[in-house]
Structure formats: C-alpha cells, structure tokens
Ligand binder design. Structure first.
Ligand SMILES: [Zn+2]
Ligand SMILES: [Zn+2]
Length: 355
C-alpha cells in the first residue's frame, strides 16, 4: 500500500487533542479495511473531548463513512471500492438482545469513540463487514457522514410507531431534533411543531422541516414548573389548531422543562418519546401520563436495519440532509472543529478524514 500515514484524532486531556500517526489497522480474514473519508461531529464527541475522565489515548469519532480498500479472505458481500457507512457499535451478536435484532442494547456493547474503544476519527478503520453498511455512489461524502445520526432518528420513528397523518411536536432544534422533523415529514406527518429556546434555531427549523416554530420561554421567575408549562402550552393548542394535543411528542433537548411541556402537549393515548439526554433524575408529571393513558418510551442508538433505512432516505432524497451541514474541517484541524461544535457554531460539522 502506498499510504504511509494513519492520522488519528486522539484525546490527551480536557479540551486537548493531538493528531497522531497511528499504526495502520490490520485487516483480519473476517474484516474489511475502510479508508475513512468523512466523519460527522456531535454532542457526545464534545462531551468526551471536554470530560477530564476520558481515557488519554482514545481516538474520538463515531459518525463515519469511507471506502473499502481491503477485504479479508472470509468476507462475503463486500468488495474493494465499495462505499460504506461505519456502524461503530462492537456488539456480540450472541446475547439475548442481539438475537432479537436489538444490538442497540447489546449486553456486551463497546462503542467506537467511547471509553476505551477507539473511534473512527482516523484515516483508516478495520471492522467486521456487518459494521460497514454499503451506500450508493451518488450520495455525497459529507451527507454519508450523517448516516449514523439519521439511523438514530429512524430508530426513534420505530419506537414511536410514527405513521402518516400524525401531528408531531419536537422539543429541541439541534441536529437530532431537525433530523427527526425531516424524517417525520418524509413519513407523512400532517403537522410538525418545533420548539427551542433559541429564536434562530426555531427560524431554521421552519425553513427546513417544521410547519410551526415556537420559541419556548425560560422559567426565570421561579414559578411552579407544571403551572408554568401549562400556561405556555395550553393556549398553543387552539392557536395552532392542534385539537386536544399532538399524537406524538419528542424531547430531543434533555431539558426537564421541555419534558414537562411535551407531556402536556401530547393528546390522550398519544406517545411521548425521550431522546435527549439530560440530568439523570428529572421531574415529569406522572399523574398526567396516567390520566391521559400516554405511551412513554425511551430510544437509544439504532437496531437491526436502521442504517439501511437511513441510507435509503438520504439516497432517494426523501430527507435532504445537505442544509444541515454547516461547515467542513480537515482532520488536521479537528481541534478547531471540536471547539466550533462546543460553541454550537452552525448545525452539523463534518471532518474530512483524509485532509
Ligand atoms: Zn454522534
Ligand atoms: Zn449482544
């Protein structure tokens, strides 16, 4: 092989990364070797980057796509030159959950870019063929770097049993919230209502996939939280013609006040999905959940086939991810990219691994 470097983005300490030339990964007989082209950056990368407890030496990154450059002798169904999205979960494929197609909760899960499993922010990455999901050549590399978060949105839609003609409220207009809105639109939702505390984010959501955008207030005066949430949500139902509430409410913010508002805006027998990670212990009105007979579910990562569905949505332009990609950085400037993501500059930042 002509290539001599395998530059990788390595965590060294709190907000301190180094570009290190790591040994070229060896492609075992049961593996493929991927030349990584593009990697999306997200909040969990920044969390690791800023966390003093992260293990020094860890390679960051987990939203990657690239091209297969070597195929192990035992591998079937993959070939050199094939474009693939890397599904960065090392799962056992044997536990109770894996056997049900629920690799997202594999009992022996190791996840790329999460302590102490190296991630994909390197020039090369070796993995099992099951972790390298093919996508068509016409999908641009930058967009392919967003297949992993799109798969998370697909999993959410499965959890929610998202169907056409439903009304959907999404709290949080960050990348995940926006992808969920785009997906809901692709699935035929009749009305999508976007909430965020930042007006600029709400405005963007309206130009992108939301039918209605609402800036939610902060409870700064110390008002009783449930009363505050009801006072804000209830008038919106008639104002935006939402009847008794929405069929499906999603919290993609992780903020406790949004969780309370999301329960209130969900109509009787509707569904509430928690996608954002916030405080470990939050106060939500359980009596309202009971009285309205709500279905309440969490969602995590993606299960069997979500990558393929995400690829199909992007490749057929049922979801247009391009407007979300706000900037591109070469791998050598990963520190700048992580700082920009930390400062929440733009929406989706991608790193070009070979540059
Ligand atoms: Zn991510
Ligand atoms: Zn397993």
């Amino acid at each position: 092989m002509a290539t001599t470097t395998n530059n990788a983005v390595v965590y060294m300490g709190e907000r301190n990364i180094q570009i290190q030339d790591r040994p070229m990964p060896k492609c075992d007989i049961d593996q493929v070797l991927v030349k990584v082209i593009c990697t999306g950056i997200c909040g969990s990368d920044v969390h690791n980057y800023c966390d003093p407890k992260t293990h020094p030496g860890l390679i960051l990154g987990h939203e990657s796509a690239g091209e297969i450059i070597e195929v192990g002798a035992n591998v079937k169904g993959r070939h050199v030159g094939q474009r693939v999205a890397i599904e960065p979960a090392f799962v056992c494929r044997r536990c109770e959950f894996c056997c049900k197609g629920l690799q997202n909760v594999c009992a022996a899960m190791k996840y790329g870019g999460m302590d102490k499993t190296d991630g994909t922010l390197s020039q090369y990455f070796a993995c099992e063929p099951e972790m390298a999901v093919p996508f068509p050549d016409h999908l641009p590399w930058e967009e392919a770097g967003c297949i992993q978060p799109m798969a998370i949105a697909v999993q959410l839609a499965r959890q929610a049993n998202l169907r056409p003609h439903q009304t959907v409220a999404v709290f949080g207009c960050g990348p995940l919230g926006l992808m969920i809105m785009a997906l809901a639109k692709a699935y035929g939702a009749s009305k999508i209502v976007a909430f965020d505390i930042e007006e600029s984010r709400v405005d963007f959501a309206k130009t992108y996939a939301a039918d209605v955008g609402i800036v939610s207030p902060m409870n700064t005066s110390g008002k009783e939280p449930l009363g505050f949430a009801k006072e804000f949500i209830n008038p919106l139902l008639s104002e935006y013609d939402l009847g008794y509430g929405v069929d499906l409410a999603i919290d993609a913010s992780g903020a406790e006040s949004c969780m309370q508002m999301a329960v209130i805006i969900t109509k009787p027998y509707g569904t509430y999905i928690q996608a954002g990670l916030g405080k470990q212990l939050c106060s939500v009105p359980m009596w309202l959940i009971t009285a309205k007979g709500l279905t309440v579910k969490g969602t995590v990562r993606y299960s069997q086939g979500c990558f393929a569905d995400a690829i199909d949505l992007l490749a057929r332009k049922k979801v247009d991810i391009a407007p979300l990609i706000s900037s591109k950085y070469p791998l050598t400037k990963a520190a700048e990219a992580l700082e920009a993501q930390r400062a929440k500059e733009g929406i989706k930042i991608v790193i070009m691994n070979q540059e």
